[in-house]
Design a protein around this ligand. Structure first.
Ligand code: IMP
Ligand code: MG
Length: 180
C-alpha cells in the first residue's frame, strides 16, 4: 500500500492484471462487432489516454484514433455539470463508426453532451466504451455499449484517472480512504 501524503492511504480496487484481462475481453467483442466497419476510437482526454492505448492494441482491426479534450470538473471530486470542449477532434467523423472511449461514467453529463455534439457531425454510428461505470450517480442516462467494470460510488484514481491532476500514472485503479 502506498502512503499518500495529502490524505489517506491508497487502496487497490482493480489490479492491473484484472484490468488487462477485462480489456482483452472488450477487445475481442469490439473486433467482432466492428469487422468491415470504418472504426474510429475517440478518447476523451485526459482520463481515457491509458485505457485507449491498451484497448486499441487488443482490437484486431484497422482503425483510426482521435482525441477530444473535455473538461467537466475543476480540481474537485464533485461534478460541476459544466462541460467544455477544450481540444476538438482533428478529423471529421462524417460517415465513420465512432467508438467513444471514456475512463469513467459518473453522472453521465459529460457523455450526454458529447453524444449530442457528435450527432451534429453525421457519423454513421456512435457507441460508448467506458472502463468504469458508477450507476449510483446517474443524472443523464446514456446507452453504454461496452462497460469494463461497474463500481460503487467511490472516488477512484489511477490508470488515467486523476485527483487534482495527480495519480493518472498509477498502473491500477485505486481509491483514497477517507477521501469523502
Ligand atoms: P460525468 O460527467 O459525471 O459522468 O463525469 C465523467 C468525468 O468525470 C470522467 O470522465 C472523469 O474525468 C471524471 N470523474 C468522475 N468520477 C471520477 C472518479 O471517481 N475519479 C476521477 N475522475 C472522475
Ligand atoms: Mg474523463
Amino acid at each position: 500500500m502506498v502512503k499518500n501524503n495529502v490524505t489517506g492511504e491508497i487502496k487497490v480496487l482493480l489490479s492491473n492484471d484484472r484490468i488487462q484481462a477485462r480489456i482483452r475481453e472488450l477487445g475481442r467483442e469490439i473486433t467482432q462487432n466492428y469487422r468491415g466497419k470504418d472504426l474510429v476510437l475517440i478518447g476523451v482526454l485526459k482520463g481515457a489516454f491509458v485505457f485507449l492505448s491498451d484497448l486499441a492494441r487488443v482490437i484486431d482491426l484497422p482503425l483510426q484514433i482521435d482525441f477530444l479534450g473535455l473538461s467537466s470538473y475543476g480540481d474537485s471530486t464533485v461534478t460541476s455539470g459544466v462541460v467544455k470542449i477544450i481540444h476538438d477532434l482533428t478529423r471529421p467523423i462524417e460517415g465513420k463508426d465512432v467508438l467513444v472511449v471514456e475512463d469513467i461514467v459518473d453522472t453521465g453529463l459529460t457523455l450526454s453532451y458529447l453524444i449530442k455534439n457528435f450527432m451534429t457531425r453525421h457519423p454513421r454510428s456512435v457507441n460508448i466504451c467506458t472502463l468504469l461505470y458508477k450507476p449510483s450517480n446517474t443524472i443523464k442516462t446514456v446507452p453504454l455499449k461496452y462497460v469494463g467494470f461497474e463500481i460503487e460510488d467511490e472516488f477512484v484514481i489511477g490508470y488515467g484517472l486523476d485527483l487534482a491532476e495527480k495519480y493518472r500514472n498509477l498502473p491500477y485503479i485505486g481509491y483514497i480512504e477517507d477521501q469523502r
